[in-house]
Design a protein around this ligand. Structure first.
Ligand code: UD1
Ligand code: UDP
Length: 384
């Protein structure tokens, strides 16, 4: 049997991480059937937002790097479309693999679908129902030009059905006759695979004087939180008060977007309080293994990240979601996460709730950690 040539687009941190699971499955089980070409758009480019993950998660080096870098949505996406199209025309893959909902996802979806290359969307069907999020636009567009759509959750799968995707259609599949799957979450594949190694190989807790089960891990990078001064001030005010009043350490590995906007958008008084608060430890972005070690040992996670919300759940940690809504609604329904937006009172109430109710139920919502293998099998069966 001839190998199927797939072309994977990565660009932002979470995509690089997710792609590790598929590359690992190909290497271990499907190397005779699938040949993977990797294209890095260069959307994320700092060492601690990109390079660190290749080595740590044993991701093959990209065959191409477009080095697009940062920019406005239009400029960044158009440079990516141009670069991806050129590579697709040269490589002539049987399909393109796209992850999630970033501008790199959108660019890949547009470039490939216009030249009749089937789109495979991993993390399909997620919706916030809030089109002021750039990610919501990206994911809707990507889903609606895809041929195979892999949804990690039942909610995501049902969203696709509600948008008109058919459930019982038969092959051959195309973007006019797309196939939707509920297959579990590829991020769980990685969390399970790297869980033990994360604690064996990292010293992040010791380095930051953190005691297991006695600190909060927080991440903030969502554009509506960083770019709106009132929201950013509310968030950091709440973190500052909880750290001081409850005398609990909060470690915040900060996304470069937030680092830049913290200086610009926090009041000088709050900025000074945050910087001098002995309970608040702001660090540069940490590696994946360090992040897993922090998640496994935190008593509580506060985040506006999509991926970190889920990882909190994978490691049985309560989570405060610093957003008005979430695509991962199951987390809230089962009670392991609370939506607080940037409201100080709601954040404090949620903190108190989780401190007082430490028995939580974490049902199996994200599959068995074998999503990547399932996706490979479906590609082999359905992409010619
Ligand atoms: C992007 C995704 C978001 C995802 C996040 C993951 C879009 C529209 N958004 O948001 O869905 O949750 O990645 O982290 O695609 N920067 C650096 N160094 C880097 C990368 C970024 O300094 O290596 C700074 C730049 O100032 C840049 C800003 O961060 O302008 C934002 O980066 P960008 O990739 O545009 O969006 P993210 O906020 O990272
Ligand atoms: N992550 C990491 N280091 C950090 C922060 C996050 O390795 O300092 C990992 C995290 O464990 C998860 C992924 O990055 O696997 C989530 O990416 P991010 O929060 O940037 O984006 P989102 O998931 O919101 O799109």
């Amino acid at each position: 049997m001839q190998q199927i040539k797939i072309l994977t687009i990565i660009g932002a941190r979470p995509q690089i991480i997710k792609s590790a699971a598929l590359s690992r499955a190909i290497k271990n089980k499907f190397a005779d059937k699938i040949l993977e070409i990797i294209v890095h758009t260069g959307q994320h480019y700092d060492d601690n937002m990109s390079d660190v993950f290749f080595e740590e998660l044993e991701i093959p080096n990209p065959n191409y790097n477009l080095n697009v870098g940062s920019g406005t949505h239009g400029k960044q996406t158009s440079l990516m479309i141009e670069g991806i199209e050129e590579i697709l025309l040269k490589e002539k893959p049987s399909c393109i693999i796209l992850y999630g909902d970033t501008n790199s996802t959108l660019a890949g979806a547009i470039a490939a679908s216009k030249i009749f290359i089937p789109v495979i969307h991993i993390e399909a069907g997620l919706r916030s129902f809030n089109k002021s999020m750039p990610e919501e636009i990206n994911r809707i567009i990507c889903d609606h030009v895809s041929t195979l759509l892999f949804s990690p959750t039942i909610t995501g799968y049902n969203n696709l059905v509600k948008e008109g995707f058919r459930e019982n259609n038969t092959s051959p599949y195309s973007n006019d006759n797309p196939k939707i799957y509920h297959c579990g979450d590829i991020m769980l594949d990685n969390s399970l695979f790297f869980s033990t190694k994360a604690e064996q190989k990292t010293t992040i807790l010791k380095d930051n004087n953190l005691e297991s089960n006695n600190f909060i891990l927080a991440t903030i990078h969502r554009n509506n939180n960083t770019d709106e001064p009132s929201r950013l001030n509310n968030l950091f005010n709440a973190l500052n008060k909880i750290a001081t009043k409850k005398k609990i350490n909060i470690i915040i590995p900060l996304h470069p977007r937030t680092s830049k906007l913290l200086v610009q958008n926090l009041s000088s008084e709050l900025y000074c309080q945050i910087k001098t608060n002995p309970f608040i430890k702001i660090t540069p972005p940490v590696s994946y293994l360090e992040m897993i070690a922090l998640e496994k040992n935190a008593s509580l996670i506060m985040t506006d990240s999509g991926g970190v919300q889920k990882e909190a759940f994978f490691f049985n940690k309560p989570c405060i979601i610093l957003r008005p809504e979430t695509e991962w609604t199951e987390l809230v329904t089962c009670g392991s996460a609370k939506l607080t937006d940037t409201d100080e009172n709601r954040i404090t109430e949620a903190f108190n709730h989780f401190a007082e109710n430490n028995t939580l139920y974490f049902p199996n919502l994200f599959g068995d950690g074998k999503a990547a293998e399932f996706i490979c099998e479906q590609i082999i069966e359905n992409i010619k």
